[in-house]
Ligand binder design. Structure first.
Ligand code: ZN
Ligand code: ZN
Length: 269
Protein backbone atom coordinates (compact mmCIF):
# COMPACT_ATOMS: atom_id res chain seq x y z
CA UNK A 1 0.00 0.00 0.00
CA UNK A 2 1.07 3.60 -0.61
CA UNK A 3 0.04 6.59 1.47
CA UNK A 4 0.80 10.25 1.84
CA UNK A 5 1.16 11.45 5.42
CA UNK A 6 1.00 15.10 6.38
CA UNK A 7 3.24 16.72 8.90
CA UNK A 8 2.62 20.43 9.15
CA UNK A 9 4.81 23.01 10.87
CA UNK A 10 2.42 23.23 13.79
CA UNK A 11 0.22 20.36 14.79
CA UNK A 12 -1.78 18.92 17.65
CA UNK A 13 -0.29 15.51 16.84
CA UNK A 14 2.72 14.15 18.67
CA UNK A 15 4.73 13.27 15.63
CA UNK A 16 8.48 12.88 15.58
CA UNK A 17 9.55 13.20 11.99
CA UNK A 18 11.15 9.99 10.85
CA UNK A 19 10.43 8.11 14.09
CA UNK A 20 6.79 8.25 14.98
CA UNK A 21 3.52 9.22 13.31
CA UNK A 22 0.48 9.94 15.44
CA UNK A 23 -2.95 9.78 13.83
CA UNK A 24 -6.71 9.39 14.40
CA UNK A 25 -8.23 5.95 14.02
CA UNK A 26 -10.06 6.77 10.80
CA UNK A 27 -6.69 6.59 9.00
CA UNK A 28 -5.67 3.26 10.40
CA UNK A 29 -6.63 1.37 7.27
CA UNK A 30 -4.16 3.45 5.26
CA UNK A 31 -1.25 2.95 7.65
CA UNK A 32 -0.62 -0.74 8.04
CA UNK A 33 2.85 -2.20 8.68
CA UNK A 34 4.92 -2.12 5.52
CA UNK A 35 2.95 0.73 3.90
CA UNK A 36 5.25 2.93 1.85
CA UNK A 37 4.63 6.53 2.79
CA UNK A 38 5.59 9.92 1.46
CA UNK A 39 5.73 12.85 3.84
CA UNK A 40 3.81 15.94 2.83
CA UNK A 41 3.68 19.49 4.19
CA UNK A 42 0.97 22.05 3.40
CA UNK A 43 1.50 25.70 2.55
CA UNK A 44 3.53 27.76 5.00
CA UNK A 45 1.40 29.58 7.58
CA UNK A 46 4.02 31.38 9.68
CA UNK A 47 7.24 32.86 8.38
CA UNK A 48 9.14 31.66 11.45
CA UNK A 49 9.06 28.13 10.04
CA UNK A 50 10.63 29.11 6.71
CA UNK A 51 14.12 27.93 7.64
CA UNK A 52 12.84 24.51 8.62
CA UNK A 53 11.07 23.82 5.33
CA UNK A 54 12.23 23.05 1.83
CA UNK A 55 9.58 25.30 0.27
CA UNK A 56 6.78 27.73 1.23
CA UNK A 57 4.42 25.84 -1.06
CA UNK A 58 2.77 22.46 -0.43
CA UNK A 59 5.40 19.81 -1.07
CA UNK A 60 6.67 16.30 -0.34
CA UNK A 61 9.84 16.11 1.70
CA UNK A 62 10.64 12.51 2.58
CA UNK A 63 9.79 8.86 2.12
CA UNK A 64 9.60 6.06 4.67
CA UNK A 65 7.90 2.80 5.57
CA UNK A 66 5.37 2.20 8.34
CA UNK A 67 6.83 -0.10 11.01
CA UNK A 68 4.32 -1.15 13.64
CA UNK A 69 1.08 0.47 14.68
CA UNK A 70 0.07 0.85 18.33
CA UNK A 71 -2.96 2.31 20.06
CA UNK A 72 -2.21 5.57 21.86
CA UNK A 73 -2.83 4.64 25.47
CA UNK A 74 -3.34 8.27 26.45
CA UNK A 75 -6.01 8.90 23.87
CA UNK A 76 -9.70 8.75 24.73
CA UNK A 77 -10.58 8.94 21.05
CA UNK A 78 -8.70 5.82 20.02
CA UNK A 79 -5.78 7.49 18.23
CA UNK A 80 -2.79 5.48 17.07
CA UNK A 81 0.96 5.73 16.74
CA UNK A 82 2.97 4.19 13.93
CA UNK A 83 6.70 3.71 14.15
CA UNK A 84 8.56 4.91 11.06
CA UNK A 85 11.31 2.92 9.39
CA UNK A 86 13.67 3.62 6.53
CA UNK A 87 13.17 7.36 6.71
CA UNK A 88 14.90 9.15 3.86
CA UNK A 89 14.52 12.90 3.49
CA UNK A 90 14.62 14.81 0.23
CA UNK A 91 17.26 17.48 -0.27
CA UNK A 92 14.93 19.44 -2.51
CA UNK A 93 11.14 19.73 -2.29
CA UNK A 94 8.85 17.88 -4.65
CA UNK A 95 6.07 20.40 -5.14
CA UNK A 96 2.55 19.04 -4.82
CA UNK A 97 1.58 20.98 -7.94
CA UNK A 98 3.69 20.66 -11.07
CA UNK A 99 2.77 22.61 -14.22
CA UNK A 100 -0.59 23.57 -12.70
CA UNK A 101 -1.46 19.95 -11.99
CA UNK A 102 -1.42 18.09 -8.72
CA UNK A 103 0.65 14.94 -8.60
CA UNK A 104 -2.01 13.32 -6.42
CA UNK A 105 -5.21 12.28 -8.15
CA UNK A 106 -8.20 13.97 -6.53
CA UNK A 107 -11.40 11.92 -6.84
CA UNK A 108 -14.43 13.89 -8.04
CA UNK A 109 -16.26 13.08 -4.83
CA UNK A 110 -13.52 14.78 -2.79
CA UNK A 111 -12.98 17.95 -4.84
CA UNK A 112 -13.94 20.23 -1.97
CA UNK A 113 -12.24 18.53 0.95
CA UNK A 114 -9.43 16.35 -0.40
CA UNK A 115 -6.55 18.30 1.15
CA UNK A 116 -8.22 18.34 4.53
CA UNK A 117 -7.28 14.70 4.95
CA UNK A 118 -3.85 14.47 6.51
CA UNK A 119 -3.47 10.85 5.47
CA UNK A 120 -4.28 9.94 1.86
CA UNK A 121 -4.03 6.63 0.12
CA UNK A 122 -2.36 6.91 -3.26
CA UNK A 123 -1.77 4.41 -6.02
CA UNK A 124 1.60 2.89 -6.74
CA UNK A 125 1.64 4.99 -9.93
CA UNK A 126 1.19 8.22 -7.97
CA UNK A 127 3.84 7.12 -5.47
CA UNK A 128 6.27 6.48 -8.31
CA UNK A 129 5.26 9.72 -10.01
CA UNK A 130 6.09 11.74 -6.89
CA UNK A 131 9.44 10.00 -6.52
CA UNK A 132 10.20 10.48 -10.22
CA UNK A 133 10.54 14.20 -9.50
CA UNK A 134 13.57 13.63 -7.34
CA UNK A 135 16.89 12.03 -8.22
CA UNK A 136 18.22 9.25 -6.00
CA UNK A 137 21.23 11.39 -5.08
CA UNK A 138 18.83 14.06 -3.79
CA UNK A 139 17.48 11.65 -1.22
CA UNK A 140 19.37 11.48 2.04
CA UNK A 141 19.13 8.31 4.07
CA UNK A 142 20.61 9.86 7.15
CA UNK A 143 18.59 9.52 10.27
CA UNK A 144 16.12 12.24 10.97
CA UNK A 145 17.26 14.88 13.41
CA UNK A 146 15.41 14.90 16.64
CA UNK A 147 14.59 18.28 18.11
CA UNK A 148 12.08 18.27 20.85
CA UNK A 149 13.99 19.69 23.79
CA UNK A 150 12.74 16.91 26.03
CA UNK A 151 16.22 15.53 26.68
CA UNK A 152 16.33 16.04 30.41
CA UNK A 153 14.21 12.95 30.99
CA UNK A 154 17.30 10.89 30.48
CA UNK A 155 20.04 13.36 31.34
CA UNK A 156 19.14 13.24 34.98
CA UNK A 157 18.92 9.51 35.09
CA UNK A 158 21.21 7.70 37.46
CA UNK A 159 23.95 10.28 37.54
CA UNK A 160 23.62 11.30 41.15
CA UNK A 161 24.95 9.48 44.18
CA UNK A 162 28.40 8.43 45.27
CA UNK A 163 29.09 6.26 42.27
CA UNK A 164 28.46 9.23 40.05
CA UNK A 165 29.94 9.02 36.63
CA UNK A 166 30.94 5.42 37.02
CA UNK A 167 27.35 4.34 37.36
CA UNK A 168 26.37 6.31 34.33
CA UNK A 169 28.23 3.91 32.07
CA UNK A 170 25.86 1.15 32.89
CA UNK A 171 22.91 2.90 31.44
CA UNK A 172 22.92 1.99 27.79
CA UNK A 173 23.06 4.52 25.03
CA UNK A 174 19.54 3.60 23.97
CA UNK A 175 18.10 4.71 27.26
CA UNK A 176 19.52 8.13 26.45
CA UNK A 177 18.37 8.24 22.87
CA UNK A 178 15.29 10.47 22.62
CA UNK A 179 13.93 8.82 19.51
CA UNK A 180 13.75 5.39 21.12
CA UNK A 181 12.30 7.01 24.20
CA UNK A 182 9.47 8.47 22.16
CA UNK A 183 8.74 5.19 20.45
CA UNK A 184 8.88 3.27 23.72
CA UNK A 185 6.52 5.70 25.43
CA UNK A 186 4.09 5.54 22.53
CA UNK A 187 4.11 1.75 22.76
CA UNK A 188 4.24 1.16 26.51
CA UNK A 189 2.78 4.32 28.00
CA UNK A 190 4.23 6.24 30.95
CA UNK A 191 3.37 4.03 33.93
CA UNK A 192 6.30 2.36 35.67
CA UNK A 193 6.36 -1.26 34.51
CA UNK A 194 7.52 -2.45 37.92
CA UNK A 195 5.50 -0.50 40.49
CA UNK A 196 2.85 1.25 38.40
CA UNK A 197 3.90 4.74 39.46
CA UNK A 198 2.77 7.54 37.19
CA UNK A 199 4.48 10.93 37.50
CA UNK A 200 1.54 12.89 36.13
CA UNK A 201 -0.92 11.28 38.52
CA UNK A 202 1.31 11.83 41.52
CA UNK A 203 2.79 15.27 40.84
CA UNK A 204 0.19 16.69 38.47
CA UNK A 205 0.54 18.31 35.07
CA UNK A 206 4.09 19.55 35.57
CA UNK A 207 5.45 16.01 35.65
CA UNK A 208 2.96 14.50 33.24
CA UNK A 209 4.63 12.30 30.67
CA UNK A 210 7.89 12.02 32.60
CA UNK A 211 9.33 8.52 32.86
CA UNK A 212 12.67 6.78 32.51
CA UNK A 213 13.16 4.26 29.76
CA UNK A 214 15.10 1.12 30.62
CA UNK A 215 16.82 -1.11 28.09
CA UNK A 216 16.17 -4.74 28.97
CA UNK A 217 19.12 -7.12 28.68
CA UNK A 218 21.36 -5.14 26.39
CA UNK A 219 23.68 -7.49 24.56
CA UNK A 220 26.25 -4.80 24.16
CA UNK A 221 26.57 -1.11 24.81
CA UNK A 222 27.61 -0.77 21.22
CA UNK A 223 24.80 -2.53 19.43
CA UNK A 224 23.88 -0.82 16.25
CA UNK A 225 20.74 1.27 16.74
CA UNK A 226 18.87 -0.83 14.19
CA UNK A 227 19.06 -3.78 16.56
CA UNK A 228 16.70 -2.09 18.98
CA UNK A 229 13.08 -3.10 19.08
CA UNK A 230 11.33 -0.53 21.28
CA UNK A 231 8.44 -2.92 21.87
CA UNK A 232 10.54 -5.75 23.31
CA UNK A 233 13.80 -4.12 24.41
CA UNK A 234 12.64 -0.96 26.12
CA UNK A 235 10.40 -0.52 29.12
CA UNK A 236 9.22 2.47 31.17
CA UNK A 237 10.38 2.64 34.79
CA UNK A 238 9.97 5.33 37.42
CA UNK A 239 13.18 6.97 38.63
CA UNK A 240 13.21 4.90 41.83
CA UNK A 241 12.71 1.53 40.18
CA UNK A 242 15.23 2.42 37.52
CA UNK A 243 17.84 3.30 40.11
CA UNK A 244 17.26 0.08 42.00
CA UNK A 245 17.42 -2.05 38.88
CA UNK A 246 20.87 -0.58 38.10
CA UNK A 247 22.05 -0.41 41.71
CA UNK A 248 24.71 -3.09 41.28
CA UNK A 249 26.67 -2.45 38.18
CA UNK A 250 27.65 -6.08 37.82
CA UNK A 251 24.05 -7.24 37.89
CA UNK A 252 21.18 -5.39 36.29
CA UNK A 253 17.98 -6.84 37.70
CA UNK A 254 15.20 -8.13 35.50
CA UNK A 255 11.77 -6.52 35.73
CA UNK A 256 10.48 -9.77 37.24
CA UNK A 257 13.13 -9.70 39.96
CA UNK A 258 12.26 -6.12 40.78
CA UNK A 259 8.52 -6.82 40.86
CA UNK A 260 9.19 -9.80 43.09
CA UNK A 261 11.23 -7.65 45.47
CA UNK A 262 8.48 -5.05 45.66
CA UNK A 263 5.84 -7.68 46.34
CA UNK A 264 7.95 -9.40 49.01
CA UNK A 265 8.41 -6.08 50.71
CA UNK A 266 4.73 -5.28 50.75
CA UNK A 267 3.95 -8.66 52.32
CA UNK A 268 6.51 -8.43 55.12
CA UNK A 269 6.00 -4.79 56.03
ZN1 ZN B 1 8.53 2.15 39.73
ZN1 ZN C 1 18.10 1.08 32.73
Amino acid sequence: MHTVITENDESIWEDQTGFLYHFPKRYRKYLTPGTEVIYYKGKIKKAEFRDKRLSDDPHYFAKAVIGKVYPDKQSAKGDFFATIEGYASFNIPVLAKQNEEFLEVIPDSQRSNYWRNGVREITRETYNLILSHIKPEQISEQEAIYNDGDYNDTEISLESGSEGTEKKQYVTVYERDPKYRKQAIAIHGTNCAACGFNFGQFYGDYADGFIHIHHINPVSEFDTPKAINPEKDLIPLCANCHSVIHRKKSNTLTIQELVHMINQQVRTD
